[in-house]
Design a protein around this ligand. Structure first.
Ligand code: HEC
Length: 126
């Protein structure tokens, strides 16, 4: 008799522990906007927004990134992201922008090629 009672209690406790485990994990859907496009996800997870702003409007450490399509084409932008320094030497406009900011655009050394490709598609897509 008492055995049945304590089994029931154990069951309730287990259930409580399991539920607590579920709700204690990081919740991904709570109030979050719909999942961003892959390229935007890369933009947000690399350090880009720190200097260029979440919505690419620029900050005091980096210029706005808008209408890039009029100045860049894909393969060139990929090369720029891997190593911006030579582009500044070759491009007076970039040098001019650069002078307004204290730190330089960092190279994306560690990002894999696929990530850079979708990032570039996103950057050129407006
Ligand atoms: C530490 C600040 C900083 C971070 C982080 C940063 N940038 Fe920049 N970015 C700059 C600055 C400053 C310039 C202007 C050129 C220079 O000084 O190197 C620039 C220039 C650019 C340009 C050229 C803009 C134009 O008008 O042609 C692009 C494109 C760009 N960044 C994209 C990115 C992307 C994508 C990321 C994330 C992977 C990123 N940046 C991360 C500071 C930053």
């Amino acid at each position: 008799m008492t055995g049945v009672g304590s089994h029931g209690l154990v069951g309730v406790l287990l259930l409580a522990v399991m539920m607590a485990g579920c709700s204690a994990g990081p919740s991904e859907s709570d109030g979050a906007p719909p999942t961003p496009a892959p390229g935007r996800l890369v933009y947000l997870t690399e350090s880009c927004p720190t200097c260029h702003g979440r919505d690419r409007m620029g900050t005091n450490t980096g210029p706005p990134l808008q209408h890039l399509r009029s100045r860049w084409e894909g393969p060139k932008l990929v090369r720029f992201l891997h190593g911006p320094a030579p582009f500044k030497q070759a491009d007076a406009r970039l040098r001019g922008i650069s002078e307004r900011y204290r730190s330089d655009m960092p190279a994306m050394f560690s990002a894999d090629e696929g990530r850079v490709q979708v990032l570039v598609q996103y950057l050129l897509g407006d």
